[in-house]
Design a protein around this ligand. Sequence first.
Ligand SMILES: [Mn+2]
Length: 336
Amino acid sequence: MLISSIFNGKNKKRIILLPHNNPDGDALGSSLALLFYLRELKHNVDLISPTKYSEFFQWLPGIEEVIVLSEETQFLIKKKFINSDYIFLIDFNNLSRVKKLKDFLSYSKAKKILIDHHPFPFNFDFMLSDSTVSATSILVFRLISKMNHLNKIDKKIATCLYVGLMTDTGFFRFPSVTSETHFIAGKLIEKGINIVEIYDRLQEKYNKNKLKLLSKALKRLKIIKKYRTVYTSINSNDIRNYSYNSGDTEGIITYGLGIKNIVFSVFFFEEKEKYPIKVSFRSKGNFDVGLFSKKHFEGGGHKNAAGGTLEKNLNETIKYFLKIIPNYYMDLMFSI
Ligand SMILES: [Mn+2]
């Protein structure tokens, strides 16, 4: 294996860990776990985030180590990119997800290693890509396990990986959950993590503004019984009124799927007063929202969770969606 030399501890390397923008629990959890692990192997490791992470993750072990790209840090980061031997691309499959760091990546002669579970990834020097697993954290666990280093997983690493598992599986309930997911969770619990505390931390997701945004979205929720579909939206007015922070609309989309017989939930998000409109999709059963998004919203994703965009205003985007949806009558009918 090309990268095994990183893990046998013989040569010290300069390594950058790079999660996607607005890193979620899996991106941060996987990256922080790798940070601890690779430092344990005596490498020189930096964790660099293309954008700020949500305050919600401020409690994660090692989070203070994350260097966020900004006016002040950009020169330091550029230097690190130029001088690095390896760059790990974590929990994303497309370079558009690292924003401005895309340019830095192209300057860097470092070997690029993708660790990710999204389908149809770009090609890099080394690929640890498996779209059948529910979280990138699983791939990190597999990697450490393959290197016979399970003994190096301490409570901090285990906590980070467990957060990745929890958040990307919706607390172990998505269809991507397998016996391996639970096997790994079990191994992490053996490391002494506090699962009650982690669960509580991950549930503390509301502040006043976020709850107000959610209530706006729920009030606006539309149900189209015939197509087993629900949709709702948040517009730029809402964002101004409730001083929106990145991540505040997270989870809104999942509420609609809790309605009996609904298999398709859509969330339209007018983040700024301009195009494009961001659209998120969730489904239950066989209805493939990844393909749906790819075909109609220049997006993509997994079978049951995907996102895309449209270069129209909010009303036009919803109209466009309502025009398409009758074509999927049979697919939605027989999704489950
Ligand atoms: Mn993930």
